[in-house]
Write a protein that binds this ligand. Structure first.
Ligand code: GLC
Ligand code: GLC
Length: 811
C-alpha cells in the first residue's frame, strides 16, 4: 500500500494522507540553520547544533507521536483546523504534503477555504520561512481567525528537558509589533535570541504557553484559538511560545498570503542592548526586511531551487527504469547531502542530543557527497583527520561545534583509521586535488603536533599493521564497523555502555572484517603511493597487504564463507561451528570487495552462502541464526531481541557491500537484485509494512526472526545513503573515478540494454552512453572517447577539455 507518490518532474514526494504509518519527514537548511518537518508540520529548528542551539521544542517519544511543530490554526466559525491536520486533527476535505529538495509544501482545504503552507530555509539567512496562502474558494465571505504557534526551546535541548528547577524560572520574551522575541538567558551569557514574526499587523499575540492553551488543555484545543482571541500574554518563566493572531476577511475567490519567519540572531557582545533591558533588534529587523514581500520570498525560494538543481546536475542517469532513475538522480543524492549536513545528529530517531560526528560515519558519508560538494568535503576531511591520535587511532566521535574529539567515548574502534584512507582516496579520485596530502593537520587537535595529511594516512595504515592477533588478523579493539560486536567488553552491568566499557584487553580478539578493509583500503593507499612516485612505500604496503590476505584466506575462512572474528578466547565468531551467529554479512561483502578469494573461488562460495542463508525478500540479514540470549563475550549485538538492529536485522548500510561484491564478480543480475531489495522507490509499494519514508533509506529493517519482519526504523541519517550511492553509481552503473580519470565498468542485469549518464568530473562534463544490446552482465567490448576508439575502459584526462563524449559498447 502507498500513502503517496513520486512526482519526478518536480522532484517531490507527494503524501496524500496525514495518516502515514510514522511521521514522514523532510529537512530544511543547508549550512547553519536546520529544521526537521513532518508531513503534518511537526518538527523543530536549530542553529548549527541540535543540542546546544535548539530554537523550538519537540517532544520525542510523545504520545500521540510527533508533538510540536510550526502550527497554523484556522478558525472559520466554529470549525478549527490546521492545513497539516495536526494538532487539531480536524478532518480535512483535501490534504497533500509535498516534500521537495529543501522545502515542504503542506496544503489543506476545509469548508471552502484552502491553505497552502510553504516551508523552507533560505540559502543565505539563518531562518525558516513559512508562507501561508489562504484562499476563499467558497461562494460566501469568510471571516477567518488565524493563529500561529511555535514553542520555544530554552536553547540547550538536554537542559530544557531535564533541568526544570531552573528553567521554569528563566523563560523571557519581548514583543515588538508583529515580532515575538525569545530572549531566555540573553540577559546573561548568551548573545543570541530567536525571533518569530509575521509581515502584517496582528490582532494580538501570546507568548505564554499556559495562557495560550488555557488550564488543563493542550495544543489540540487551545483556549485562545477556541475563543478566537489572543490574550497578549507575556511569558515569565514557565514555557515561552510565539503565537500571532491575524484576522482575515476574504471575499469569494480572494487570496491572502502571509509570511512568517522564525530566525536566529546573534549580536556582538558590545551591541547586545539598544536601551537598558531592551534587546538590540537591528540585525533581526534587517533579516525580517528581507522577507517582507512575497516577491522576496519567491526569489529566495527560486535561489534554493537553483542551488539544488545545480548540485543534482552533477550526476544523472537515464536507464528507462523510473524507480532507479529517481533514486539515483534525486533522492539518494539528496539523502547523501542531508547526512553530510547532519551526520547522525537530528532525525526522528536521533534526538539531536547524543553523539556528535562519528569518525567512521563521517568518512563513509563523504563517499556519497564528495562529487556534489568537493570543497566542503575537503574541509570535512581536514576536520576529521585532526581528531586522529599520533599512533593512528582516532577519536570515535567529535563535536561539530568545537570540532574536538570526544573524550567520553575516546578511541579504540580499530576500523576507524582505515576509513580515513577510504575517504581521502575517494576525494583524490574525485577531484585530483593531491595538494590536500600536503596540508598540515594536527593530531588530537593539538596544533603542536602537526603533520601532513599523507603522514596521517601512513599512520592509519600502520595502526593495523602493528595490531594483529594470534592468527595474523587485525585486532578488533572495542568494535569495528559493527559497533555492537564487543569482543573485549564483557559487560554485566545494566545501563553500562558496551562501547566504552572494556574489562579485557585480550589482544586476541580479531576481526576478519578489518582484514578485508585493510586489503581494500590499504590497497588504495599503496596505489596512491605509487601514483606519488614512492614505490618503496607502495611495495612495503603491498607486502603487508599480502600477509593479511593470506591470513584471511586461511584463518579467516570457515569452509563456505568468511569468518567474522575470533573472540577474546580465540574462538571463532560467525562460523558453522557456532550455535548461533554462524554467518555474518560484513566480511563476505568487504573481503570480496577487496578482491580476496576472487581468483580461487572463495569469493563465489561466500556470496552463494549469503544468498542461501541471509537473503530475504526485504534485503540481506546481518547474521544468522539470530542470537537468542545474551553473550557477555560478544557484547551488545546479543542484547537486541532476535531480528532487530545488529542482531540479525537487515542493515541497509551493508547490503550494498554484497551488491558491490556481486559486481566485483561480474554478477550484474544479482548485484541489481540486491540493490533493489532495500531501495526506497521499490519498497514504496508496501509502505504499510516498511512504514518509514519511501524516499529515503532507513538504517535497519527487521529481519525474519522479528515479529515485525520487514518493518524499517531509523530513517534518514545512515551510512546506507552513501554506500547505496557508491554501489549504484560506481559498481552497478560502473562510472568509477580513479586516480588518473574516470573508469567505465558497468555491471548490470542483462535486461538493461543500455543507459546514459551525465557526470561532472574534475570540472568537465562527461556524456556517457552505454550500449548493452548484447545483453551481458559485465564487460566493455569497445569504447570511444570523443569519437576516437580507445583501448581499455579508462577515459584519460586531456588538458583544458571541458566536454567528453564517451561511447561504451558492452559485450
Ligand atoms: C550505526 C553507527 C555506525 C555503525 C553501525 C553498525 O549505524 O552509526 O557507525 O557502523 O551502526 O553498528
Ligand atoms: C548502538 C546502536 C548502533 C550504533 C551505536 C552508536 O550500539 O545499536 O547501531 O552504532 O549505538 O554508538
Amino acid at each position: 500500500m502507498q500513502y503517496g507518490y513520486f512526482n519526478d518532474d518536480l522532484r517531490e514526494y507527494v503524501i496524500t494522507t496525514p495518516r502515514t504509518p510514522l511521521p514522514w519527514i523532510n529537512y530544511l537548511g543547508n549550512r547553519d540553520f536546520f529544521s526537521l518537518i513532518s508531513n503534518t508540520a511537526g518538527g523543530y529548528s536549530f542553529y548549527k547544533d541540535a543540542k546546544l542551539r535548539r530554537l523550538t521544542r519537540y517532544r520525542y517519544n510523545a504520545c500521540p507521536p510527533d508533538q510540536n511543530g510550526r502550527y497554523y490554526y484556522i478558525k472559520d466559525g466554529s470549525c478549527i483546523w490546521n492545513p497539516g491536520w495536526q494538532p487539531t486533527q480536524t478532518e480535512l476535505d483535501r490534504y497533500t504534503c509535498r516534500h521537495g529538495l529543501g522545502y515542504t509544501v503542506i496544503s489543506g482545504e476545509k469548508n471552502g477555504v484552502s491553505a497552502e503552507l510553504t516551508c523552507f530555509v533560505p540559502l543565505n539567512d539563518p531562518c525558516e520561512v513559512n508562507r501561508l496562502v489562504l484562499e476563499n474558494r467558497s461562494a460566501e465571505i469568510k471571516d477567518l481567525d488565524i493563529f500561529s504557534l511555535v514553542e520555544f526551546c530554552l536553547w540547550n535541548a538536554v537542559d530544557d528537558a531535564t533541568n526544570f528547577q531552573r528553567n521554569y524560572n528563566t523563560g523571557e520574551v519581548e514583543v515588538d509589533g508583529s515580532a515575538i522575541y525569545h530572549i531566555t538567558e540573553y540577559r546573561e551569557r548568551r548573545n543570541h535570541y530567536a525571533v518569530f514574526a509575521v509581515n502584517t499587523a496582528i490582532e494580538g499575540f501570546d507568548t505564554s504557553r499556559d495562557a495560550f492553551c488555557g488550564p488543563y488543555r493542550g495544543f489540540s484545543s487551545p483556549e485562545t484559538v477556541c475563543n478566537g482571541c489572543s490574550k497578549n500574554s507575556i511569558a515569565h518563566g514557565w514555557a515561552p511560545v510565539g503565537s500571532h493572531h491575524i484576522r482575515l476577511h476574504l471575499q469569494p475567490g480572494e487570496k491572502r498570503s502571509l509570511l512568517f519567519v522564525l530566525a536566529y540572531i546573534e549580536n556582538p557582545l558590545e551591541e547586545k542592548w539598544e536601551a537598558p533591558g531592551v534587546i538590540a533588534k537591528i540585525r533581526a529587523k534587517e533579516l525580517l526586511a528581507r522577507y517582507r514581500e512575497d516577491q522576496q520570498a519567491e526569489f529566495a525560494f527560486a535561489e534554493l531551487h537553483n542551488y539544488w538543481s545545480g548540485l543534482l546536475n552533477r550526476f544523472s542517469v537515464c536507464t528507462g527504469d523510473e524507480k532507479l532513475d529517481r533514486m539515483v538522480n534525486v533522492w539518494n543524492q539528496y539523502q547523501c547531502m542531508v547526512t553530510f549536513n547532519l551526520s547522525r545528529s537530528a532525525s526522528y530517531f536521533e534526538s539531536g542530543t547524543g553523539r556528535g560526528m562519528g569518525f567512521r560515519d563521517s568518512c563513509q558519508d563523504l563517499l556519497g557527497f564528495v562529487h556534489l560538494v568537493p570543497s566542503r568535503a575537503r574541509q570535512r576531511i581536514l576536520d576529521i583527520a585532526a581528531t586522529q591520535f599520533e599512533d593512528g587511532s582516532a577519536y570515535h566521535q567529535y563535536q561539530p561545534l568545537t570540532k574536538k574529539g570526544n573524550s567520553d567515548i575516546g578511541s579504540g574502534f580499530n576500523d576507524d583509521p582505515l576509513w580515513l584512507i577510504a575517504c581521502v582516496s575517494a576525494y583524490l579520485r574525485e577531484t585530483g586535488d593531491f595538494s590536500i596530502l600536503q596540508e598540515n593537520v594536527p593530531f588530537q587537535n593539538d596544533e603542536k603536533k602537526v603533520r601532513p595529511l599523507l603522514e596521517h594516512l601512513r599512520r592509519s595504515f600502520d595502526f593495523t599493521v602493528s595490531r594483529k592477533g594470534p592468527h595474523g588478523l587485525p585486532l578488533i579493539g572495542r568494535a569495528d564497523w559493527n559497533d555492537c560486536l564487543n569482543l573485549n567488553c564483557f559487560s554485566t552491568e545494566p545501563g553500562e555502555s558496551f562501547q566504552t566499557c572494556s574489562n579485557m584487553e585480550s589482544r586476541k580478539a580479531e576481526s576478519v572484517f578489518i582484514a578485508g578493509m585493510f586489503v581494500k583500503y590499504g590497497g588504495e593507499y599503496a596505489d596512491l603511493c605509487d601514483w606519488l612516485g614512492d614505490t618503496a612505500e607502495a611495495a612495503r604496503a603491498r607486502a603487508e597487504i599480502e600477509k593479511v590476505r593470506t591470513a584471511t584466506e586461511t584463518s579467516g575462512w570457515d569452509g563456505e564463507w568468511f569468518l567474522r572474528a575470533y573472540d577474546a578466547f580465540g574462538k571463532p565468531v560467525g562460523s558453522r561451528t557456532c550455535e548461533e551467529g554462524q554467518i555474518y554479512i560484513e566480511p563476505q561483502g568487504m573481503c570480496v570487495m577487496a578482491g580476496i578469494g576472487v581468483e580461487n573461488g572463495l569469493a563465489d562460495k561466500a556470496l552463494n552462502s549469503v544468498m542461501e542463508r541471509l537473503e530475504t525478500p526485504y534485503g540481506v540479514m546481518l547474521l544468522q541464526p539470530a542470537y537468542t540470549c545474551y553473550h557477555a563475550e560478544l557484547g551488545e549485538i546479543t542484547s537486541y531481541p532476535p531480528g532487530y538492529k545488529e542482531n540479525a536485522s537487515i542493515f541497509c548500510h551493508n547490503n550494498p557491500w554484497i551488491s558491490c561484491a556481486e559486481a566485483v564478480l561480474g554478477h550484474g543480475e544479482r548485484a541489481f537484485h540486491i540493490y533493489r531489495l532495500t531501495c526506497p522507490a521499490y519498497v514504496e509499494a508496501f509502505s504499510e509494512i516498511h512504514r518509514t519514508e519511501p524516499y529515503v533509506y532507513s538504517q535497519t529493517v527487521a529481519g525474519s526472526d522479528a515479529k515485525t519482519f520487514g518493518e524499517a526504523k531509523n530513517s534518514w541519517l545512515t551510512g546506507s545513503a552513501a554506500w547505496n550511492f557508491v554501489n549504484i553509481s560506481q559498481y552497478i552503473l560502473g562510472i568509477r573515478p580513479g586516480l588518473e580519470g574516470l573508469e567505465i565498468d558497468p555491471c548490470i542485469p542483462r535486461w538493461m540494454k543500455g543507459f546514459t549518464v551525465h557526470r561532472v568530473y574534475r570540472g568537465a562534463n562527461y556524456y556517457i552512453t552505454v550500449d548493452n544490446t548484447a545483453g551481458v552482465e559485465k564487460g566493455v567490448a569497445a569504447m570511444k572517447v570523443n569519437g576516437r576508439p580507445v583501448a581499455g575502459n579508462r577515459v584519460l584526462l586531456e588538458n583544458a577539455r571541458s566536454e567528453y563524449n564517451v561511447e561504451v559498447i558492452m559485450g
